[in-house]
Design a protein around this ligand. Sequence first.
Ligand code: MN
Length: 433
Amino acid sequence: MVKVLHLSDIHLGSGYTHGHLNPITGLNTRFEDFVATLAHCIDRAISEPVDLVLFGGDAFPDATPAPYLQQAFAQQFCRLVAAGIPTVLLVGNHDQHQQGAGGASLSIYRSLLVPNIIVGDTLATHRIHTAGGDVQVLTLPWLNRSTLMTRSETDGLSMTEVSAVLLDRLRTALEGEIRQLDPTLPAILLGHLMADTATYGAEKFLAVGKGFTVPLNLITRDCFSYIALGHVHKHQVLCKKPLTLYPGSIERVDFSEESEPKGFVLVEVDVEQASHEFCPVPARAFRTVEINLCESTVPQEDLLTAIHRAEIQDAVVRVIYHIRREQVDLVQDSGLNEALRSAHSYTISANLITQVSRSRLPELGIGSTITPLEALQAYLSNRDDLRDLEGPILQAAQALMRDEAQWIRPEMDLIPVPVTIAPLEESVQLRLI
Ligand SMILES: [Mn+2]
């Protein structure tokens, strides 16, 4: 039985806009938060003690972190080295330099031959001796086109075709590793990837062209006792046999993670099976206070009541209120600042509601067919403030249209391109996944 602590997506150095400068240390308070949470995870690894620590990737915001970030990260993982706990550091998409072309921010640990630290920047199997017995860890770092294919191979292929070829290569490479596994020892797959059945937000769309989604059944092979994942910030179990899960990130990076518990997992692994326990960490709370004041006769009072009701103590708070233009003077910022003093940091934004929307220009309505220039003309003749610029704007537009015509091949005009815009889920993790 091998006892494992699995954490992921540290992103040390992110989300500074939600913090402020600590006047004593001169550091951003969010940096200090992230370090404290990471220290909490390492404390637990040592106090248990666990036999092995697995980090699922994305250590920093990018592959060239500032020296103070590198140092803070190293100081924490160095404690595992001192305690004699073997550790695997997997390379995530944020750790790769130029999409895999120039090494990774974590490779330094291998170059320095730090004992008991293994850097997972290639698809490879590592046999690790731990206090709980020997274990095999197959590392699967973030893969992108350039990892598995040369440029000439991808030339002329569509995105879907590239994905199909990549998955095929991954299947073959994985099979090669699996065949060499020792069936008498527990085997763990440690991967930084987007599984097709995971719950995530806009990163799915943002990652188009950069990486690809891996079908869960490609990795959930019975030769593995445990499949340890990284990349998605929301903690979730994808499969019970073999146990496959994302521990999620350890600190909130933005408000999309407001309602997600943050933590790591402790996993007991043997050849046949694995069981886990999610351990929450004291990550800083994020709170949204949102209220519609349009119907309120005492908007300031109602807003203050809403703020007092929320648990804002030491939290990163955002206050959003909706208000009519004529009520704006009824809300005083000074009173709000006072009410929000116990928050760690806060932002206040007023959303002005215009009750009577302007009627559309009839000539631009549905059913009328006009050229782009006629549309511009109709728009300009309804904008008194642009009257002086009407001539020059029309001239500029004509010149642009002429220019454009040179670049448009006639056949391109004739092919309708179907565009499907999928609705984004509410919990978007835009920047960091
Ligand atoms: Mn990632």
